[in-house]
Structures are given as C-alpha cells and as structure tokens.
Design a protein around this ligand. Structure first.
Ligand SMILES: O=c1ccn([C@@H]2O[C@H](COP(=O)(O)O)[C@@H](O)[C@H]2O)c(=O)[nH]1
Length: 272
C-alpha cells in the first residue's frame, strides 16, 4: 500500500490506529488453548472485533518466533486472514531487522514478498546497505527505528555526535538514501516533545508511534507535535487493547477499547 492510499484509508475510517498483535500464549483466555491454533484463534477474534476502528495491524514477530514452528504458522495464517478479509488494512511486521545487505535482502524477501506485509521495522545501526534492500519494492515501506519509546533510548539515540543527537542523524542521513520516500520512522509516544523538531527534518514521512496506553504516552501530545496536513501518523496500541479483558467476551472489550481511541483520533482529525 502506498502512503497516499494509507492516508485515504485514515480519512475514510477517521482513524490512524494500529492494533498491535503481541500475542503472548500465557495471556490469552484459557478456553482458547483447546483450539488447534490458539494464537490464530485469538488474533482472528481480535481482528474481527477491532477492524472497524483501525487502519493497521502490527504483529510483533518476537511473540510468534517464541512459539517456534507453530508460532510462524500462526503468523502466516494471521497475515493471510487480514489480506483475504480486510485487504484495505495496512500491515506491519514489527521484526526490527537489519544486517549486511546480502542478509537484509533475505529478511525483506520473507516479510515483504513471501508473507506480503506492507512494511517491516528495521534497525538503522548497520547503515545504508543494511536498509536499502527493504526499500526496493514499490508500495512497501521500511520503518526505521529513530527515537524509541523505552528508557534505553537515552543510552545512544539522544546522545550528541558532532553537536547533533544520533536519532536526528539517523533521520537526516536516511533521507538521502535511494527510495527514501519509502521510509517511515518509529518515534515513541513517550517522546512526543521531540516530534516538533523531528517534523522540521521530515515534514512528510509517516511516523509509527508506539507507546500510547500501556507505556503512558498521550495521544493529544503526539497529534499536537507530530500530525501533518496529511495526518502522517500511525499510533499503535497493543496490550491495552488485546488484553483489556480475560473473559469470554475479550474480543468485544478489545473492540470497545479500540473504539475509544478511534473516537479520540476522529476528534483530532476534525481539527486538521
Ligand atoms: O520504540 C518502540 C518500538 C516498538 N515498540 C513496540 O510497540 C509495541 C507496544 O506495545 P504496547 O503494549 O502498546 O506497549 C510492542 O510491540 C513494542 O515492541 C515499542 O513499544 N517502542
């Protein structure tokens, strides 16, 4: 999906919500454990209940890999289900990959070609040749970690090198790479005050903003500093939605949580 098509979806659904599918087998309702594929059964129920309120889904690959072959099968079924039933949905493989070019090309093949995700999150540490293989396919994105939501982001990302913070160097330098229009950036909602300066460097690229909800980031602040005339935001919430309830109607409750965020987003979009 192109950035333009994503913006159209956002305006159509009055939502820039991304629901994170971070499925921990130890946290799903126990009655689902008797299903053939409990992870897929959980995801299907969450997707069926939340799709009206969001424009994107972001399975975090770690939660699938942790279950070995069964986890990969559940991931494949989940992405196929989204493609078949909700083809208008933007999909993100939150895999945080990046290696020498020859290896990155294999990661890009897995997530963007074989599984058919619209995008994959990529760590920028190994530089240009580690990222460019993810930018080779039209209408696909690499989402580069810029300023992450965790405490450890202060260890390197906000440290200055030659007078400029490392995360700003990552953004400024990556802008010059081939197919840079296919880049999006991760900026944590817990770092919303940095968004103003980030927008001065990249006024147009989409930002994936995790950290609203369980990590305490505020949607209003993200919108105040990060929203562009074309919206330019995908705001992710995972645990606060998918684990909102452990009861048999967990999916309904998840849908209701997603709707609350969607309503707040609709209000922000009205002020555009
Ligand atoms: O800076 C980052 C980058 C990625 N994440 C991921 O987003 C979700 C957040 O989950 P919540 O339950 O809504 O806190 C999760 O998959 C993280 O790995 C992030 O939080 N911060």
């Amino acid at each position: 999906m192109s950035s333009k098509e994503l913006t159209e979806q956002i305006l159509k659904k009055n939502s820039f919500l991304c629901v994170g599918l971070d499925v921990d087998i130890d946290r799903i309702p126990t009655y689902l454990l008797s299903e053939d594929d409990p992870i897929f059964a959980f995801n299907k129920a969450i997707i069926d209940a939340t799709n009206r309120f969001c424009v994107a889904y972001k399975p975090n690959i770690a939660f699938y890999e942790a279950n070995g072959v069964e986890g990969w099968k559940a991931l494949e079924k989940t992405i196929n289900y989204i493609h078949d039933e909700f083809p208008e949905m933007y999909t993100i493989a939150d895999a945080k990959r990046g290696d020498i070019g020859n290896t990155s090309r294999m990661y890009a093949k897995t997530f963007l070609n074989d599984l058919g995700f619209d995008s994959v999150t990529v760590a920028p540490y190994m530089g240009k040749d580690s990222v460019e293989p993810f930018l080779e396919i039209e209408n696909r994105h690499a989402i580069l970690l810029a300023l992450t939501s965790n405490e450890g982001s202060a260890d390197f990302q906000t440290q200055k090198i030659d007078g400029e913070e490392l995360y700003k160097k990552v953004i400024r330098t990556s802008k010059t790479w081939e197919n840079a229009e296919r880049l999006m950036y991760v900026v944590g909602a817990t770092r919303a005050e940095y968004l103003k300066e980030i927008r001065e460097i990249i006024p147009e690229n989409f930002l994936l903003v995790p950290g609203v909800g369980a990590q305490g980031g505020k949607l209003e602040d993200v919108c105040k500093y990060g929203m562009t005339k074309d919206v330019g935001l995908l705001v992710n919430s995972s645990r606060k939605i998918i684990y909102a309830s452990e009861s048999s109607n967990f999916d309904e409750i998840a849908g209701a949580k997603a709707e609350v965020l969607q309503q707040q987003m609709a209000e922000e979009l009205r002020q555009l």
